[in-house]
Design a protein around this ligand. Structure first.
Ligand code: SAH
Length: 319
């Protein structure tokens, strides 16, 4: 999967070198390219924001600079057979971008694109036709914003199927709306919120999404089954959160591991885990429990929900 991230703070993405996502990048499962938005601002201060129309506090990100940046990142691929687009590292082929990255001190830092200066020509190391065949034609664009549709495990699963994602990180009061309008005509554009709170910028939201998406890619997690058992996972965990987990020793500071987990009886263990998932969901996430699909509940589930005085049928919940 290819991920392009445009931001005025590329250094925010250093964590993408670490752990599961870092390994996925090393293996080539994930090809992450971080771009400095200001590289497409041409005034002396490299300005990316301006005062809002209609007045009020704060600043809004300028459409021109975003347009140039996005065109450059998607540009060469959008033109059949490649094409030389200033500011794009696309014409260097999939590995060429890495070669031009500025590694941070000791650890290999996130890739920050360095646009080709006006008038200079980057040497093409890969035939344009090969580049075109390696890269999907256009990315799906994700714009983090508190006003977007909620990010969820389901959306993470959907995005994990995409070959190419482009994240546009807003700052200040956000990006001029015409940018999303403009690209909606050419790309699939989703405005996405990671929760009902307001961050200072889209960078952390993108880190959250990239981690949630990246761990779903084939081969990233050691055990593919763990994704299926996760909280919110489509399937048997839909609208459920996972129950408590334990490891050795069997007794720690007087606290015992539930006996069923030591029994070796797989059926009983599975039942216990589901019961605990239901209990926790009712306790911590009643709105999710209310959305449980009655058709997917067995007799035992329904009895437990009754004991917990929680009716699954929506009309009961509404009462
Ligand atoms: N005035 C805006 C908030 C701007 S916050 C409003 O009230 O909706 C600045 C930037 O932070 C946003 O453009 C977005 O990129 C990011 N951001 C803040 N909260 C976010 C959230 N909950 N989910 C995703 N992105 C968020």
């Amino acid at each position: 999967m290819r991920l392009d991230i445009i931001s005025i703070f590329p250094e925010y993405f250093a964590p993408l070198d670490v752990s599961l996502i870092g390994k996925a990048r090393e293996r080539g499962t994930l090809d992450v390219r971080v771009h400095q938005l200001r590289d497409w601002a041409y005034d002396v201060h490299r300005t990316v924001d301006d005062t809002p129309y209609g007045g009020g506090p704060g600043m809004v990100m300028k459409p021109e600079v975003w347009g140039e940046a996005i065109d450059a990142v998607i540009g060469a691929s959008a033109i059949p057979g490649g094409g030389h687009v200033r500011g794009s590292d696309e014409d260097e082929g999939r590995d060429g971008g890495e070669a031009r990255a500025t590694p941070q001190a000791s650890a290999p830092g996130p890739v920050e694109s360095q646009p080709v200066a006006p008038g200079t020509d980057a040497p093409a190391t890969v035939e344009p036709t090969i580049v075109a065949s390696l890269t999907p034609v256009l990315p799906r664009m994700i714009v983090p914003t508190p006003s977007g549709r909620p990010f969820s495990q389901e959306l993470a699963q959907e995005l994990a199927q995409e070959p190419w994602l482009l994240f546009a990180c807003g700052r200040y009061e956000g990006i001029d709306s015409r940018v999303m309008e403009e690209y909606s005509g050419r790309l699939r554009v989703d405005e996405v919120s990671i929760g009902d709170y307001v961050l200072a910028g889209g960078e952390v939201a993108v880190l959250v999404m990239v981690e949630a998406i990246g761990r779903l890619l084939p081969g990233v997690l050691g055990n593919a089954q763990s994704v299926v058992d996760d909280s919110f996972a489509p399937g048997s965990m839909e609208n459920l959160v996972e129950g408590p987990v334990y490891t050795k020793p069997p007794v720690w500071r007087g606290h015992e591991v539930p006996a069923v987990l030591l029994s070796g009886h797989h059926g009983n263990v599975a039942r216990w885990r589901r019961d605990e998932a239901i209990r926790r969901t009712v306790r911590n996430r009643p709105e999710l429990a209310a959305a449980l699909d009655p058709a997917k509940l067995d007799k035992h589930d329904r009895k437990l929900l009754d004991e917990l005085s929680f009716r699954v049928r929506r009309k009961d919940v509404a009462n």
